[in-house]
Design a protein around this ligand. Structure first.
Ligand code: ADP
Ligand code: MG
Length: 211
């Protein structure tokens, strides 16, 4: 069975819940290497997504992701707003008008999201950004989907979430080369990147919604 619009709405609802639950943690991560607003930004953005979903219920997974993209772009601000906005918009485009998303299309959408973040922010792997969560997530998702792309969608999302979580942890020893944290140079070493952590939370929410 593929992922339908109800999955997409459950994913976004779980993401909103995760941003609320981890708001303080994300603020604390953004304090030493940023400006302490990441938890606030993400919580505000996803609360606005929930309002929009209630106002105009989407009919396809792509429509749900497009609504999310537009809302995050206008409500999140900072670096993360346009980055997540681009990610959700590119993922939405990759889904087309499918009612049910299979593993191959899911991997394509995750890859499109990651490529959108890279196109927008120009960060490479190892620069200590959310890309360090997304790139391993896409690779793990592709491996889980298999050569024919006929893997189980829940397994694919679980693999993505686990890899993103490990990717977030992997940012600890990195020296930041992009975004606000890069202003700190060597002093950015030893801190976890907040955007990599919020990315892992969003991918974990996607897996949870597919259970
Ligand atoms: P701001 O840095 O404007 O305060 P946020 O605190 O909401 O915005 O988001 C910071 C996060 O954005 C970082 O932890 C990092 O993951 C991500 N980020 C910042 N710049 C880039 C970039 N150029 N490419 C990818 N991700 C980035
Ligand atoms: Mg910040």
């Amino acid at each position: 069975m593929g992922l339908d619009v109800n999955w997409a709405v459950r994913w976004l609802t779980r993401s909103a819940q995760a941003m609320a639950d981890h708001r303080v943690e994300l603020i604390d991560l953004d304090r030493p290497i940023g400006d302490s607003d990441h938890g606030e930004n993400m919580d505000r953005g996803f609360r606005a997504v929930m309002d929009k979903l209630a106002e105009s219920p989407p009919e396809t997974p792509a429509a749900a992701l497009k609504l999310t993209a537009m809302t995050l772009m206008s409500k999140v601000g900072g670096a993360a707003g346009p980055l997540y906005g681009t990610a959700f918009l590119r993922a939405s485009t990759a889904l087309g008008d499918l009612a049910d998303v299979d593993a191959a299309t899911l991997v394509a959408a995750l890859r499109a999201a990651r490529d959108g973040i890279v196109a927008r922010g120009k960060a490479e792997t190892g620069d200590k950004t959310m890309v360090d969560a997304w790139t391993p997530a896409v690779e793990a998702a592709a491996a889980a989907a298999g050569d024919g792309g006929d893997g189980d969608v829940h397994t694919v999302l679980l693999a993505a979430a686990e890899a993103a979580e490990a990717g977030a942890v992997s940012t600890d020893p990195m020296l930041a080369r992009k975004g606000r944290a890069s202003y700190l140079g060597e002093r950015s070493i030893g801190h976890r990147d907040p955007g990599a952590v919020s990315s892992a939370l969003i991918l974990r929410a996607a897996a949870g919604a597919a259970e």
